[in-house]
Design a protein around this ligand. Sequence first.
Ligand code: TMP
Length: 208
Amino acid sequence: MGAIFIAMEGLDGSGGTTQTARLADWLRSNGHAEVVTTAEPSTGPAGRFIRDVLNPQHEASVIGDAVLPFLFAADRRDHLDREVIPALQRGAAVITDRYYHSSLAYQSLAVGLPTVADLNERFRAPDITIFLDLEPEVSLARIEARGGTLERFEAIDRLRSIAEAYDAVLVHCRARGEHIVRISADGSIDDVHKRVVEAVQSTIEALS
Ligand code: TMP
């Protein structure tokens, strides 16, 4: 099977990391010789710096929200050049847990969608973007259940605003011709996984 670029998106707590791993297993057992799972912020130097900025305990968190779109775009360029594009050129299936749709949603709250869209317009579009749809209240309950410190974006009012921003992002990206499938992230991991597989399977069929 040929290269395919898949992005997993959604609110914090919507299960993107788990679903990325489950989808990778499914692709491996269904004929993809090489499956690469990755994420943004990436594990590269720019991505590691972003993690520090997002951590309220870290001195780098003094960096303001208006700077974040540039940091995420820099990390994305690095991530694409060093990991994603080489893997796609080898014929791999690449799944990224978050991509530019996250920037368009989260960073648009600080600087507006047109500015973030301009910064991100030249990055390669995914073959399919899966949007894991979850109510902000459910998202926050899941974040709290898993413990740990809350990151910059995890208060309920923020989550509600981000959910609204994502609605606008899906409209914007679909208008650019992107293939985005909105999937309910309610229910068990297996339930959601089945929905994700159905969406990816039909994309693979359409590409081949
Ligand atoms: P994670 O929780 O999926 O690891 O992502 C870290 C946080 O970074 C998450 O709250 C979403 C946010 N984020 C942005 O604000 N913009 C971006 O472009 C990306 C990739 C993530």
